[in-house]
Design a protein around this ligand. Structure first.
Ligand code: SAH
Ligand code: SF4
Length: 414
């Protein structure tokens, strides 16, 4: 097991500082997954190659790792046979460990994954007729406590590293059998192996799994750069969406340094309700959030910001709420679409889902104002894979601790 200390919990406001980018293993070998090409070259040089060799080898290895998905140095056929054991003695090609894989009746798949230091998190794949979306986690747990979200009832265990984040996408490609084929050691065949979305299962990525991605900004950025790199996983930034609950101070950097599509978990149109259901609102209010959206680099009519709105019965679902939502979007002149998410229940949740008629009426009001507002079909509810249902055993441990304490107290009283 790697010696990874738990991340300090940075409170509710400031971005959590970044874990180191290299996770040394007990045997001293370094995991290359999650590292940019430049860093791989540095490591090769530190291990004894001259600068030119290191750069060339890093380029080859990078391509094999991220573009071809190999998990053994021995499979890197354009690297000299004698060089491959040299690599294997010093480096590893890691993947998060798969603990459990489940499949929903509707085809949604959920994987329970484990980090090298033993923390569990989840990833979900949602196949549709015209696309396949991978829902990726950025943290184990979440420091924010949105009241309708199951992940929010977990404590934050730690940030995921770039390797653990990009590793989810790589595992999905492993599971779906979607690495480009062909022989890399044959020149000119490169074009054939070019990755395109055509006919593929995994076409889109959403940073909507466990955690708040903008509280783990550097690692999410570094991982997504590997996903977007043309010589890496080569997925277009237009096919990636990052969802935030509204970490205003990080939004401009998100647009500048990551540049993916943005989704914002708005969920309410006035302070009282948003304070209650998305407590981060007490720090960054609706006006501030919408102003940051208006200034989001790269937003345009062609690339709209998605406002996510969870439908909670008698809480945020009235006609007046729908009209206020329209008014706010127009006031800030936002290139926006709205995604209405029927609330997904979980044990002990303090809310109910709005009725289908209510959701339909809400959607109509927003549509009539010229703003697209489709209702998202819940997916994977039967395996707790739907939005907001993700949660791993991290909290159950503290629950077990609580049970033990309660039992001790009981014994003392008896
Ligand atoms: N932390 C980020 C991304 C993860 S949550 C964020 O909050 O945006 C992805 C989406 O699912 C968010 O819009 C979130 O508010 C929503 N969600 C959370 N719990 C839900 C639930 N029980 N039912 C429906 N949607 C939920
Ligand atoms: Fe965290 Fe997002 Fe859940 Fe809120 S909705 S608790 S920010 S994961």
């Amino acid at each position: 097991m790697a010696d990874t200390a738990l991340m300090p919990i940075a409170g509710h406001i400031d971005p959590v500082t970044v874990a180191r980018d290299i996770t040394p293993r007990e045997d001293g070998r370094v995991d290359l997954i999650g590292l940019p090409k430049r860093r791989i070259a540095e490591l090769f040089e530190e291990a004894g190659l001259d600068a030119k060799q290191a750069k060339l080898r890093a380029k080859q290895v990078f391509h094999w790792l991220y573009h071809r998905g190999v998990t053994e140095f021995d499979a890197m056929t354009d690297i000299a046979k004698t060089m491959r054991p040299w690599l294997a003695q010093r480096f590893v090609i890691g993947r998060p460990e798969v603990i459990e894989a489940q499949q929903s009746d509707d085809g949604t798949r959920k994987w329970l994954l484990r980090t090298a230091d033993g923390h569990d998190f989840e990833m979900v794949f949602i196949p549709d007729a015209d696309r396949g979306t991978l829902c990726v986690s950025s943290q184990v747990g979440c420091t924010l406590n949105c009241r309708f979200c199951h992940t929010g009832t977990m404590r934050l265990v730690r940030n995921l590293t770039p390797g653990e984040i990009v590793g989810q996408v790589m595992l999905a490609r492993d599971a779906l059998g979607e690495w480009p084929k062909g022989r890399m050691d044959v020149p000119d065949e490169e074009d054939v192996t070019e990755y395109s979305a055509d006919g593929r299962l995994l076409t889109n990525i959403v940073m909507m799994g466990m955690g708040e991605p903008l509280y783990n900004f550097d690692n999410v950025r570094d991982a997504l750069r590997l996903v977007m790199d043309g010589d890496g996983l080569a997925l277009s930034k237009r096919r990636i969406t990052l969802s935030t609950s509204g970490v205003v101070p990080m939004m401009a950097r998100c647009g500048e340094e990551i540049g993916t599509n943005l989704a914002v978990s708005l969920h309410a149109t006035n302070k009282d309700v948003r304070d209650e259901i998305v407590p981060l609102n007490k720090k960054y209010g609706i006006e501030e959030l919408l102003a940051a959206c208006a200034a989001y680099p790269g937003a345009s009519n062609a690339r709209r910001i998605t406002f996510e709105y969870v439908m909670l019965k008698d809480k945020n679902d009235s006609d007046a709420d729908a009209r206020e939502l329209v008014r706010l979007i127009k006031q800030y002149k936002l290139p926006a679409k709205v995604n209405l998410i029927p609330f997904n229940p979980w044990p002990g949740a303090p809310y109910e889902c709005s009725t289908p008629e209510r959701i339909r009426r809400f959607s109509e009001i927003v549509f009539e104002a010229g703003i697209s507002a489709p209702v998202r079909t819940p997916r994977g509810r039967d395996i707790d894979a739907a939005c907001g249902q993700l949660k791993t055993a991290a909290e159950k441990k503290s629950r077990a601790e609580l049970d033990r304490l309660a039992a001790e107290k009981q014994a003392a009283l008896g």
